[in-house]
Design a protein. Structure first.
Length: 268
């Protein structure tokens, strides 16, 4: 039996046990997060360009080419003021949602230790001394490094779109997909940051990011496999018209908190 596979299954069993009797608490946190996400998305909905519909047959090069041409034309025609509005809305959403994301992660971390967090603890990073700045800076650093890891994918993808020769364009597309997979795996190095913000309040943003990278060293592939193990749940959520998310989201966040806690405990 694969030892790591067994440990992942054991961790998921433990997550279900810890959630027993705490589902309502977790769903209430999810409700607050959903309301805040909806509010921050309201304004941005009318700012983007009118994008074309997907091609009916993605195997037809002519349809794909027409779709991409219309897609680029739609974005090129957007007014600078609307682009500024989109960027401003994205920045505002980041500022408003990040402290709640970190607070919810802290609550799941507390639940993983069989503690009894309060609902108001989800908002601790809005009002705690220096916690708002600390959480925002740490998340910005993580976002910066994650973006750098996936940037080669976008560079090679857009390059391949402008090359008509399939002998050149196809290898570039395959290389872009390989770089995307590599970038997503490498981005897992920053997965612990939110939980470390709660567990190590004495550390600053840069120390938090460095500690996350150090703790995840040698575990990136295992973490990627752990993330992929949740893909069947995403299929179930789509089939149940998002109702499955009411079960999956608390379960997923608890699994993440347990994985992170056990990972850094094994590094000590």
């Amino acid at each position: 039996m694969n030892n790591r596979g067994y440990l992942r299954r054991k961790l998921k069993w433990e997550a279900k046990r810890l959630l027993s009797g705490r589902w309502l608490f977790c769903l209430t946190m999810l409700l607050f997060w959903g309301i805040l996400w909806y509010v921050t998305q309201l304004y941005s909905g009318g700012l983007g360009p009118a994008l074309p519909g997907l091609p009916g047959d993605i195997s037809d090069p002519a349809q794909v080419d027409a779709y991409l041409t219309a897609w680029f034309a739609a974005w090129r025609s957007i007014e600078p003021a609307r682009i500024a509005g989109l960027l401003l809305t994205a920045a505002l959403g980041f500022l408003l949602r990040t402290p709640l994301d970190v607070g919810i992660a802290a609550n799941y971390l507390a639940l993983s230790r069989e503690e009894q967090p309060r609902l108001r603890d989800s908002f601790a990073f809005y009002i705690g001394p220096g916690q708002l700045t600390r959480s925002l800076l740490a998340e910005l650093l993580c976002l910066f490094w994650r973006t750098l890891y996936v940037l080669p994918f976008f560079v090679f993808s857009f390059t391949s779109l402008w090359i008509d020769d399939p002998l050149v364009g196809l290898p570039l597309s395959l290389l872009a997909m390989a770089l995307l997979a590599w970038g997503l795996v490498r981005a897992g190095a920053y997965a612990q940051a939110r939980y470390l913000l709660a567990a190590r309040p004495e550390l600053g943003p840069r120390e938090i990011v460095r500690l996350s990278v150090r703790n995840m060293r040698g575990r990136l592939w295992d973490y990627a496999v752990f993330q992929l193990s949740f893909l069947p749940w995403l299929v179930l959520i789509s089939v149940t018209m998002l109702l499955g998310a009411l079960y999956f989201m608390p379960y997923y966040h608890m699994c993440q908190a347990l994985y992170m806690r056990k990972t850094w405990e094994s590094c000590q």
